[in-house]
Design a protein. Structure first.
Length: 115
């Protein structure tokens, strides 16, 4: 994703942009791509580790954003652990859908702050 196609908040929050680059590879035509999740869960976990409260741009840093970011990090660990323990595809997909919804909550909070 280049800066021209980046969401406005991603320009000032490179860590969420890096996370988004990986998470966006996991969907094809609105379907979860399990192979991609399994191949990228470690990278996604590493990107989540870089998402710390201090990395949140000041304009978006508030208690709800902090809570949602911490939930995203926790959900990323859950997905990675499920992949590592070779859990069923149904379990991985379900956990990933929760993670993905949490990511979209962060997007929503950023957009709401910009209004």
């Amino acid at each position: 994703m280049n800066s021209a196609s980046a969401l406005p908040f991603e320009i000032n929050w490179p860590q969420i942009k890096a996370y988004h680059e990986i998470i966006s590879k996991t969907y094809k035509r609105k379907e979860v791509n399990l192979k991609s999740i399994k191949l990228n869960s470690k990278v996604l976990l590493e990107r989540a580790d870089n998402l710390c409260v201090e990395s949140i741009p000041e304009a978006f840093r508030n208690p709800k954003m902090i809570e949602t970011l911490l939930t995203l990090k926790k959900n990323t660990v859950i997905v990675h652990d499920l992949v590592e323990t070779k859990a069923s595809d149904v379990e991985i997909k379900s956990a990933f859908n929760v993670l993905h919804e949490t990511f979209h909550k962060i997007i929503g909070l950023c957009i709401a702050e910009k209004k």
